[in-house]
Design a protein around this ligand. Structure first.
Ligand SMILES: [Mg+2]
Ligand SMILES: [Zn+2]
Length: 175
């Protein structure tokens, strides 16, 4: 049986980001975490259709020293308990580290696909930035861009542009 996944960016897709000077920032503490409208229902619908739901998130503030790994883990544990998710994969590096997991590299998706036996060509990536779309495309997935003023999606064209995860979920269900 083919196992299909929806890979999900975390900040700006599942939870609200805080935009300062045109750049989105993740919540700093658990108290700042706000799940976006329609997200629980969209995820439940996708899970009902047999999709494995895997979060793939860059958290460079840890390498930059402005966030702790423990707080990122707490926030992710909260999301795992509050939402029907099957796993969370995190890149804690920053660009100068030259890792292969920081999106736009596809490392997180490839690792998640290995561990969950996912067929990548029949899977999807949903993100709100160009780096999400590039990572999804590099992994061989079809991609959804949730358009935001900060998306900067100029390198790789998304397969679809949508307003939110709800719309992406509807599209996937209609395929
Ligand atoms: Mg994001
Ligand atoms: Zn990394």
């Amino acid at each position: 049986m083919t196992r299909r996944a929806v890979f999900l960016d975390r900040d700006g897709v599942l939870i609200r980001t805080f935009v300062r000077d045109g750049t989105p920032h993740p919540p700093q503490t658990l108290a700042d975490v706000e799940i976006l409208p329609g997200v629980p229902e969209a995820l439940s619908g996708l899970r009902d259709r047999g999709f494995v739901l895997l979060v793939v998130t860059n958290q460079p503030d840890v390498a930059r020293g402005t966030q702790t790994r423990e707080m990122v883990e707490q926030i992710n544990a909260h999301l795992l308990s509050a939402l029907p998710l099957d796993g969370v994969y995190v890149c804690y590096h920053d660009t100068p580290d030259g890792c292969d997991c920081r999106k736009p590299a596809p490392g997180l998706l490839l690792q998640a696909a290995r561990e969950h036996h996912i067929d990548l060509p029949s899977s999807y990536m949903v993100g709100d930035r160009g780096s999400d779309i590039a990572a999804g495309a590099a992994a061989g997935c079809r991609t959804f861009l949730i358009e935001r003023p900060y998306s900067r999606c100029n390198q790789v064209k998304p397969t679809w542009q949508v307003a939110d995860l709800r719309e992406a979920g509807r599209r996937i269900s209609a395929e």
